[in-house]
Design a protein. Structure first.
Ligand code: 4NP
Length: 153
């Protein structure tokens, strides 16, 4: 089993989409995909209705997800940790116990835009268009990540 964790700030907008999208591209017998937020703001909440809607429009059901906070144990439980933006990345790295744990953490858009260190824009305070943009960015990145993971296993 290979375990992959998607991380954003609230775990209600971007990382639930990343979780749903990557899951839809991988064999569930070989891969576990989960998501978490660096903050405690939305623990226990369902994804934002705008994320649920854009996922549904693309044939993905994320309604069963529930927000949780990233914990240090996640470095042990997951093989790869994908941060949605540079702020999330820095907050995760700050919790790592050693270089081995730090090496598990990647910026998700470096899959599709290598070495550019781009952010998935936080869509929380914007409109529906922002969520469509996030979906497109994550779908492209997750297509590449799924191919990389399948070639390793
Ligand atoms: P997410 O979006 O990190 O993609 O889940 C946000 C959700 C909530 C907040 C910020 C970003 N907030 O400040 O409550």
């Amino acid at each position: 089993m290979t375990n992959i964790l998607m991380v954003c700030l609230g775990n209600i907008c971007r990382s639930p989409l990343a979780e749903g999208i990557l899951k839809s591209k991988l064999n569930a017998d070989k891969f576990i995909v989960d998501s978490a937020g660096t903050s405690s703001y939305h623990i226990g909440n369902k994804p934002d209705t705008r994320s649920i809607t854009v996922a549904k429009q693309n044939g993905i059901d994320i309604t069963k997800q529930q927000a949780r906070q990233f914990v240090k144990q996640d470095f042990k439980d997951f093989d790869w940790i994908y941060a949605m933006d540079n702020s999330n990345y820095n907050n995760i790295i700050a919790l790592a116990a050693n270089e081995e744990e730090k090496a598990k953490v990647k910026l998700i858009l470096n899959a599709s835009f290598p070495n550019k260190n781009l952010d998935v824009p936080d869509p929380y305070y914007g409109g529906d268009k922002g969520f469509e943009k996030v979906f497109t960015l994550l779908d492209h990145a997750c297509t590449i990540i799924s191919k990389q993971l399948n070639s390793k296993t």
